[in-house]
Every structure is written in C-alpha cells, then in structure tokens.
Write a protein that binds this ligand. Structure first.
Ligand code: HPA
Length: 247
C-alpha cells in the first residue's frame, strides 16, 4: 500500500480523529514546510498531514513554500498526496456545497517558485503533464465517494489564480470561456511539483462560493466559512474511507 500524505487547505486545519504518532519538522533544500508534518493513524491507516497555510500563521497562497512542502512529504516516505482545496464555482454544475475531484487544470499563477529543476545537474526535466492529476488516485477517490453516496463532480477543470485577491467578473468570464469549472489559488504549482518529485497527486475541491460575478451577493470569508465547515466534514469522511481501504 502506498504511503498517504494529505495537504489541508482553508477550513481543514487538523485531521479530526487523527491518532498522533509524531510531528516531523524536516528541513529541505528550499527551507521549512508550512508547518510541522503530523504523522498518525486515521481509520486504521497511516497518514502524514500538512496544513499548507501553516495554521495559525495563515500563509497566503502566493507565499506558500510549495517546494518545501512537497519535498518534505517525499522525504518522509509519502508516495500518494491528496490535496484539499477550497474553490469558487464557475460552471453551473459546481454549486456551493459541492465536492469536485478535478481531472484537468489551467495555470494562471505567476512568479511562484514552480520547479525543483535548478538546471544544475546536466539534465532537462520536462515532465509529462498531459494529465495533471494521478489517474489511479483520482479513481480511488471517486470510487469511495460513489460507494458512500457522497455527491461529487468527477470531471472538472481547475483554474489556478494568483491571489490573494479574488477575481474580477471579467476574469471569471474569461476563465469560463477557457473551460475552467472551478477557481482556486493553491492548486499550482503544487500539482506539477508533485509530478516532478514522482508523487501521485489528486485534489478534492470544496466549492465554497459562486465565483466573482456569478452570485447575488459580495463574496465574503464568512460566506465561505459556513459552507467550509459543512464540507470539511464530508471531506474527512472521504479521507477516512480511503484510509480504511489502505489499512
Ligand atoms: N476564487 C479564488 N479562490 C477561491 C475562491 C474564488 O472564488 N473561493 C475559494 N477560493
């Protein structure tokens, strides 16, 4: 069985029910990860948990040390990474309160440290990123969600924006024309760094608001938090099912 790592996002500070075994603070060539990495067991399965925003620090999306985070997980023996991301919904099927397991992404971020290829070892690193999420891991998440009757969307394009501001209505209209179904700020370069490091990576997105210009009220953190609390419970249920299968 592959060793599983979970990267928590907004609204998922802790893995509730995790029986803690150790807290690791690995150093990496890129510095320290966002927070100590908790090793523990959940539903009988071993898991490493990292909060990418480094609670209680609240590191904003463009300042997260994605390279250190992924490297640190790998150095602890993690092979599969399930990332949890809060997103805004763009296409009508992606309504607030829903879960999405995206199969594609478009990267609109800029200026982030996005590769571990330092160009110093005489080899070029051109990873195949045709399918940005690991198919096996995605299918196992989808199978568990289906078996448990957890509603979800399994085909969706994640648009990764720079943040920390939210988008304009015109930006969201453009993203919709590009084919994006959901919008978030933390999906890249996390996904491509995982691929560069040889980690299988899939994302579970919680839709917490209609994207800019699509709702009938301004987007607020309060609005997101209310939905997040409910959805985080469903995500935890899904993670427990995946871990129980691994035990
Ligand atoms: N846009 C970008 N990131 C987000 C959003 C959004 O509407 N909601 C949650 N994360």
């Amino acid at each position: 069985m592959s060793v599983l790592g979970v990267i928590g996002g907004t609204g998922v500070d802790q893995l509730e029910g995790l029986q803690l075994v150790a807290c690791h603070q690995p150093e990496t060539p890129y510095g320290a990860p966002s927070r100590g990495i908790q090793e523990g067991s959940l539903a009988g399965g071993k898991v490493f948990f990292l909060q990418r925003h480094g609670s209680p620090l609240a590191i904003p999306p463009h300042r997260i040390n994605y390279r250190a985070n992924l490297w640190a997980l790998k150095s602890l023996g993690v092979e599969d990474v399930i990332a949890i991301n809060a997103v805004g919904g763009i296409s009508p099927a992606m309504a607030p309160g829903g879960l999405v397991i995206p199969d594609q992404l478009i990267d609109y971020t800029w200026g982030r440290e996005h590769t571990v290829d330092g160009g110093t070892d005489g080899k070029l690193m051109h990873i195949d990123f045709t399918e940005p999420y690991d198919r096996r891991l995605r299918l196992s998440l989808i199978a568990e969600a289906e078996a448990a009757g957890i509603p979800h969307e399994a085909n969706a394009v994640y648009g990764a924006t720079q943040g920390p501001r939210l988008e304009t209505a015109a930006e969201i209209r453009r993203m919709a024309r590009d084919g994006c179904d959901v919008v978030g700020m933390t999906g890249m370069p996390e996904a491509s760094l995982a691929r560069e490091l040889g980690l299988a990576y899939a994302s579970v997105c919680m839709v917490v608001n209609p994207a800019a210009g699509l709702g009938d009220q301004p987007i607020s953190l309060e609005m997101m938090r209310e939905i997040l609390e409910r959805e985080a419970g469903v995500v935890r249920q899904l993670l427990r099912l995946v871990l129980a299968r691994q035990s």
